[in-house]
Design a protein around this ligand. Structure first.
Ligand SMILES: Nc1ncnc2c1ncn2[C@@H]1O[C@H](COP(=O)(O)OP(=O)(O)OP(=O)(O)O)[C@@H](O)[C@H]1O
Length: 256
């Protein structure tokens, strides 16, 4: 069976002034998979996510999403491509002056021909798909718990029925029960909607619960990619410590 890559990054170089974050980085996301992107703090996981969705310009290399080179697209083609992915930023990045439903309606405003009532119904559907109660629709971000904010951010990422969803540390700051509910939600949505998921995380439980493959960032590139089982055999001190350390053992025990 041929595996289709929905994201292909080749030879990526990213830098801020003289600070080189990525140098010769390659990474693929396959259609339908959940790829966990891990690495020490500051290794450039969030910058990679932002670069793939076009919020950072790479110094060199190519980023192809759904077969198209992101940097070569004319504005209209670019907007059309952007409608095929959704991004959930770490803090939810919600507009504080808008209710949850209005936040989810924002991307829907770009869809021609939708009446306000249709937009509202679609937004309410996404809010419920993200596991929020009906009452959350009318709440403002300041009235939400951290977990609810993340679900609202996820609802907005799902607004346009994307093929790819980017999640930046979706379980950071959640209590363990909330985090594992979020893990189940991610897998359930992937299965139901055939999403491809690019998931930046530090959470070993999430890697076990959700990810088909893991990509480890270190020293400016992807050091290794594989299943969780394959990670256990990687002969690199950081990777070994990460996947064999006490937290990893606890996560493995929990999974078993
Ligand atoms: N806009 C920017 N201008 C300058 N430097 C930046 C900018 N954005 C990120 N960086 C730097 O790029 C490096 C990678 O940052 P990034 O946020 O991607 O790390 P990360 O791997 O996601 O870390 P963490 O796990 O702690 O969230 C850091 O050294 C950061 O300071």
């Amino acid at each position: 069976m041929v595996t289709e890559n929905v994201i292909e990054v080749r030879g990526l170089r990213t830098q801020f002034g003289s600070h080189v974050v990525h140098d010769g980085l390659d990474i693929d996301l396959r259609r339908g998979e959940i790829l966990g992107v891990v690495g020490g703090s500051g290794t450039g996981k969030s910058v990679l996510l932002r670069t793939i969705v076009g919020l950072n310009s790479p110094a060199a290399g190519t980023v192809r999403v759904l077969g198209q080179d992101v940097s070569q697209l004319a504005p209209l083609a670019r907007e059309a491509l952007e409608r095929r992915w959704g991004v959930m930023f770490q803090d939810g990045a919600l507009f504080s002056a808008l209710t949850v439903r209005e936040n989810v309606e924002v991307p829907l405003r770009s869809v021609p021909g939708l009446t306000p009532a249709q937009r509202q119904s679609l937004a309410e559907l996404k809010v419920s798909m993200a596991g929020l109660p009906w009452s959350a629709n009318g709440k403002y971000p300041s009235d939400l718990s951290g977990g609810m904010k993340k679900r609202a951010g996820l609802a907005r990422a799902l607004a346009l029925d994307p093929e790819i969803v980017f999640l930046d540390e979706p379980t950071a700051g959640l209590d363990p029960i909330g985090a594992s509910a979020f893990d189940r939600l991610i897998v359930g949505l992937r299965d139901a909607l055939n999403l491809s998921v690019f998931l930046v995380t530090h959470d070993l439980d999430t890697l076990h619960a959700c990810c088909d493959r893991v990509a480890v960032l270190a020293r400016g590139r992807v050091l290794t990619t594989g299943t969780m089982a394959q990670m256990l055999d990687v002969d690199d001190p950081w990777v070994h410590e990460y996947f064999h350390g006490p937290r990893a053992r606890a996560a493995t025990a929990l999974k078993e």
